[in-house]
Design a protein. Structure first.
Length: 75
């Protein structure tokens, strides 16, 4: 489980992924995002479930994999 400290909102977020061993946290930097204004893009991070590294999923043609992410306030 990953925990992110959100200082401006004075909270801690708990991020739990299933189906993949990793979480990817990223920010677009100076790249423009569709449907997101410049001021809005400065105030967020994107957190995604990922399957990478030595424990990554390896799918054969026609196989499917499912990754999920659950986020909430940490207790």
């Amino acid at each position: 489980m990953l925990q992110l400290q959100d200082l401006p909102w004075q909270r801690r977020l708990a991020i739990d992924t299933r189906g993949g061993a990793n979480s990817v946290v990223w920010h677009p930097g100076s790249r423009p995002l569709t449907d997101v204004g410049w001021n809005e893009s400065l105030g967020f991070l994107c957190v995604e479930a990922a399957s990478c590294g030595p424990d990554s999923l390896c799918l054969r043609p026609g196989e499917e994999g499912v990754l999920s992410l659950r986020a909430g306030l940490a207790g």
